[in-house]
Design a protein around this ligand. Structure first.
Ligand SMILES: Cc1ncc(COP(=O)(O)O)c(C=O)c1O
Ligand SMILES: [Zn+2]
Length: 711
């Protein structure tokens, strides 16, 4: 249904006004192809001011679209994708308020489905039966699916670089796929010539009214969902983020999103415009180059990037629109190398459980750069457009490196020494246990790295990853979550001290032991830091290699129970393959719940040095602590109050309400200064309250011994 609030079309180049007709493609006065739809905002504002209701798809915003309701035969429920908070990245960057707009939930997994849904619905309404489109990949798949539903014959012109999987998917939807050996810009020209000769409509992307209007819905959704996120009480109906970040090729995404926010702003529904973070692949970054030179017009480039989806070498007038928008309020345009993109892709998957294709990873590599360069200020909310699933592209990205991530469990059928089956399986499992034991070696000297790797692997079949500086090391460590880090101190970019500090601040990584191997002459200050943060320090050239290997094997023998709760025994018992997961008879089980690695280490050392009789289970989050309590039913709990997830008070409440756990003595050791109210709340529950700042070790041990005497 056409929209009665759609009042006119305005030429973006000469401001000429035309009647409201979504099929217009050129200005009747200056022939420009850049036209813009306008609406009766005064009529819409009061409707939207009180918040939205209605369908959970992009069609809920029908009042500001050229077509107000979906064609049920065509619609696939496009739009209204989740806004997901990236807690994991918030911890990495020490920054609150990072979100993704998760466009992977779209019918064909990218934000191009918005454009395809609206454009194909419009074409169907006009009686169009055949259409031509040139695309770098995702628009092709989206249009192919929607055209299939609409019964429109689609001619797709793709560059030969588009991954086969995408071509195959488009072909599966019944599109005619034409593969062009040339750049995307050449492919577009050929497609246009083909369309003209055959007199078929060619979709002109950002320039067609339905396409651009469809992308506005990304902005509307973000403003609506962010308001709900930040103000769950419903006190705000719309809220703009401080940053909208997207990987950009032709630019239709951010052009549409910007317009969406602009309309909300003009209607007084949001009180600021977001800044745009436009990210391009360095090998095809005409917009970034022009922007950094302060030029309102981009010089076309010949793309040299592996991120083929983003290979628009000539952005034309789209750049000018984005230049104006980005410049107007302190946005940025920047480019990222392909290598950083692939790393960002793996990082996002392994760290946040979000698998994306390279075109989206570009945005995350950009996000990393923006944080590293301090472009994003404290308190600013960030939304990253997250599109594109890896599935069609992963073989192209992981390539032959893929093997490294796959573990092959082979059972040797010839090994039937004792009880045939078990023996073969036992050997295979032992082998697997070694293979899944992962060590990251961080050292800028390639020879030293190789030496450490060989030393370790000559002893056991560990998986060893290498990194040449702290920054790279941090990424590999976050990706692989190794069992041990071997780390140098003096390194370029980020040295070992900074790396240790970053690791110990991250609750997901803090418990990974770090063995330092370095040639640095250590000052007293250095030693103090290392004493707190690292497992042990070895001076290069100053030890027998065998000793280091034995030590590492020993450290790795203490296999963690899970990532956050791990057992450590009293120092005397150190069998390397089978660290016992139950206490030895006569030992007292103590669960320590403490998120600060230094405090944890301190408490552990103290207990270990006092007696061999303690079986210690560490947990660095409240949830892991509770799990450990349920699993081990300990004799004593040492509890910090401020924890990253479930706080100490809630844990105490849980214990109190469980008659099996109610009687376990709890010692609270906390840095939190307590209100009287809190003191009272605690006193009912706990055996003792000790302050971290003035912790008296002797007293703590005495209390523990008294509590455990009767157990
Ligand atoms: C996942 C993804 N990100 C970014 C882009 C670039 O989008 P735009 O055309 O808005 O520049 C594309 C384009 O196909 C894409 O598929
Ligand atoms: Zn004009």
């Amino acid at each position: 249904m056409n929209n009665p609030q759609f009042t006119k079309v305005v030429c973006l180049e000469c401001s000429h006004e035309m009647p409201a007709d979504m099929t217009l493609t050129t200005c009747e006065k200056c022939q420009s192809g850049w036209l813009d739809a306008r609406y009766d905002y005064d009529a819409i504002k009061p409707l939207w001011a009180n918040g939205m209701s209605g369908v959970r798809s992009l069609w809920r915003y029908g009042a500001l679209l050229p077509i107000t309701i979906p064609n049920p035969e065509i619609s696939l429920g496009e739009g209204y994708t989740p806004l997901v908070r990236l807690y994991q990245y918030e911890r990495i960057y020490g920054h609150e308020g990072i979100y993704i707009k998760d466009e992977r939930h779209q019918p064909t997994n990218s934000f191009k489905d918005r454009q395809a849904a609206m454009s194909v619905t419009a074409m169907k309404a006009q009686g169009i039966t055949e259409c031509v489109l040139a695309s770098t990949g995702n628009a092709a798949v989206a249009y192919a699916a929607y055209c299939a539903r609409a019964g429109i014959k689609l001619w797709l012109f793709l560059t030969s670089l588009v991954p086969n999987e995408k071509m195959r998917e488009a072909a599966l939807y019944g599109a005619e796929v034409v593969k062009v050996s040339g750049t995307y810009d050449e492919t577009k020209k050929i497609a246009a010539q083909f369309a003209e000769r055959k007199n078929i409509v060619m979709d002109k992307g950002a320039r067609t009214i339905p396409s651009k209007e469809s992308m506005k819905t990304l902005g509307y959704e973000i403003a609506e969902q962010l308001a709900l996120e930040r103000h769950p009480d419903g006190s705000k109906k719309w809220l703009a983020p401080d940053w909208y970040i997207q990987a950009v090729s032709g630019g239709i995404g951010p052009i549409g999103v910007w317009k969406g926010f602009q309309e909300l702003f003009d209607m007084g529904l949001i009180d600021k415009m977001p800044k745009l973070g436009i990210i391009q692949a360095a090998g095809c970054a005409p917009m970034v180059q022009a922007f950094q030179n302060n030029q309102p017009k981009a010089t076309p480039v010949v793309p040299k990037t592996l991120i083929h989806v983003l290979a628009t070498g000539d952005p034309g007038h789209a750049y000018h629109l984005l230049y104006e928008a980005t410049k107007s309020n302190g946005g940025v345009m920047l480019s990222v190398e392909d290598g950083d993109t692939f790393q960002a892709m793996r990082h996002l998957a392994s760290r946040a459980g979000i698998s994306v294709e390279p075109a989206t990873a570009v945005a995350f590599a950009g996000l990393d750069k923006m944080f590293t360069q301090g472009m994003i200020k404290a308190g600013e909310t960030v939304v990253v457009n997250c599109s594109g699933h890896t599935m069609p592209a992963e073989s192209h990205i992981l390539g032959d490196q893929y093997d490294r991530y796959i573990l092959d469990l082979q059972i040797d059928p010839t090994d039937h020494s004792n009880s045939p089956k078990e023996e073969g399986l036992g050997a295979a499992l032992r082998n697997l246990a070694e293979q899944v034991t992962t060590v990251v070696v961080v050292d800028d000297n390639a020879n030293d790295r190789r030496l450490i790797r060989r030393l370790l692997q000559s002893h056991k079949n560990y998986r060893v990853y290498e990194a040449s500086n702290g920054a790279e090391g941090l990424k590999v460590i976050a990706d692989r979550k190794p069992d041990l880090v071997v780390c140098d101190l003096t390194m370029p970019e980020m040295d070992g001290f900074s790396l240790l500090e970053r690791l110990k601040k991250d609750p997901d990584l803090a418990s990974i032991p770090v063995v330092v191997v370095s040639a640095k002459n250590l000052t007293d200050q250095d030693r103090k830091i290392l004493d707190d943060y690292s497992d042990s320090v070895w001076t290069k050239g100053g030890f027998e290699t065998r000793q280091l290997v034995d030590h590492v094997v020993n450290v790795l023998g203490h296999t963690p129970v899970d990532n956050t709760a791990k057992t450590s025994q009293s120092p005397s018992a150190t069998s390397d393959d089978q660290a016992p997961t139950t206490p030895i008879k006569g030992q007292h089980t103590i669960v320590i719940i403490e998120d600060n690695p230094m405090d944890l280490r301190l408490a552990k050392r103290m207990l270990a040095s006092a007696s061999d009789d303690y079986y210690i289970i560490e947990a660095t989050t409240g949830r892991a602590g509770l799990k450990a309590i349920y699993t081990y039913h300990p004799d004593l709990i040492i509890l910090d109050l401020m924890l990253p997830d479930v706080d100490g008070f809630s844990i105490l409440d849980t214990l109190k309400n469980d008659h099996n756990l109610r009687d376990i003595p709890v010692l609270v050791v906390s840095a939190k200064s307590l209100s009287e109210e809190e003191q009272k709340r605690l006193n009912v529950h706990i055996k003792a309250l000790l302050e971290k700042a003035s912790l008296d070790r002797k007293k703590l041990l005495e209390i523990i011994q008294t509590e455990l005497r009767d157990v």
